[in-house]
Every structure is written in C-alpha cells, then in structure tokens.
Design a protein around this ligand. Structure first.
Ligand code: ADP
Ligand code: MG
Length: 156
C-alpha cells in the first residue's frame, strides 16, 4: 500500500525531505488535503531535501499563489486555495512552470481541473488525530510510480 502515517509535524517534514532528495527535473507533485492537513509542512521538508537554503522561509504562497525557491533544483511552490478559477492559472502564465526544469509542488491541486498534467504524483493528507496524518501516494505515469516506489522503500 502506498501510504504511511506520521505522528507529528516533524515526521511529515522528514517524509517531504526524503522526497525532495529524490525529485528530478519536471516532477509534479499535487498536494491534496484540508486546511491544516500538513501540505505546507510537507513542502518545507521537500525544500530541505532539495537543499534550499534554510534562511529562505517556506510558507504557503498567497497572492500571486506562487513562491520560487532555489535549491539543487528550482522549487515552484503553488497554493491554489484562493484561485478564482483555472482560467487564472493560464492568465498568470503558470502553465509554463508545469513543463519547466524545476519541480512543482501544488497545494489544493484539485483546483487545477483539466490543467493538471497527465504525469503527476498525488500526495493526499488526511487528518486522523490532532497530531496524526495519513499520507497516501497516488502516482500517474511511470516517473511518479518510480518515485513512490523509491519513497516507500526509504520510509520503511
Ligand atoms: P496545510 O498547508 O495543509 O494547510 P500546514 O502544513 O500549514 O497545513 O499546517 C499543518 C499544521 O498541523 C501545523 O501547525 C503542524 O504543526 C500541525 N501538525 C500536527 N501534526 C502534524 C503531522 N503529523 N503532520 C503535519 N502537520 C502536523
Ligand atoms: Mg498550506
């Protein structure tokens, strides 16, 4: 089963950090889960795993919904909570990042609708208890399947 549970924010961060170490140019990670589920915590870990300097704070982007961090690869961190519609994505020119040589981590990715790239990895975070989260990994495409397999092997 492509899932694991974390017992505190640090474990979610660590899981993100492991993924950050494995990400490759063009990877697209769609983060799904309610407010407070831990999506941003996971992205903070990814930034750490990508060697983004620790003096670059990773927070949920507000307007214009995108923060760019510079690590081993560029990290395009989107938060689409305030998105008015998928047309805004096109208008803001965000799609060019989806096919760029960095990695995309997208909070509230379900709001992309048809703009979600065919090849992507969904990370679904569910709140099980105040400090407990269930992380489920749902790959679409070969690259995402490899990524999940590697991550699961390292999370054992
Ligand atoms: P989101 O981006 O999904 O809205 P955040 O990552 O900003 O969520 O916030 C998650 C909150 O839940 C943080 O305050 C964090 O400390 C807390 N938390 C408690 N347990 C966990 C856990 N197991 N994993 C992630 N966050 C947790
Ligand atoms: Mg967030």
């Amino acid at each position: 089963m492509n899932e694991l549970s974390t017992s505190n924010a640090g474990e979610t961060f660590s899981c993100g950090a492991l993924m950050g170490e494995m990400l490759a140019p063009g990877d697209f990670v769609a983060l799904v889960g309610e407010l407070g589920a831990g999506k941003t915590e996971f992205v903070k870990g990814v930034a750490c795993g990508l060697d983004v300097p620790s003096d670059e704070p990773v927070t949920s982007p507000t307007y214009p919904l995108l923060n760019i961090h510079h690590g081993r690869l560029q990290l395009y961190h989107f938060d689409l909570y305030r998105l008015s519609g998928s047309r805004e994505i096109t208008e803001l020119g965000f799609e060019e990042y989806f096919s760029a040589q960095g990695v995309c981590l997208v909070e509230w990715a379900e709001r992309l609708g048809e703009l979600l790239p065919a090849e992507h990895l969904v990370v679904c975070l569910d709140v099980i208890a105040p400090d407990k989260r269930l992380l489920r990994f749902i790959p679409s495409g070969n690259r995402a399947e490899i990524l999940v397999r590697q991550l699961m092997a390292r999370c054992q």
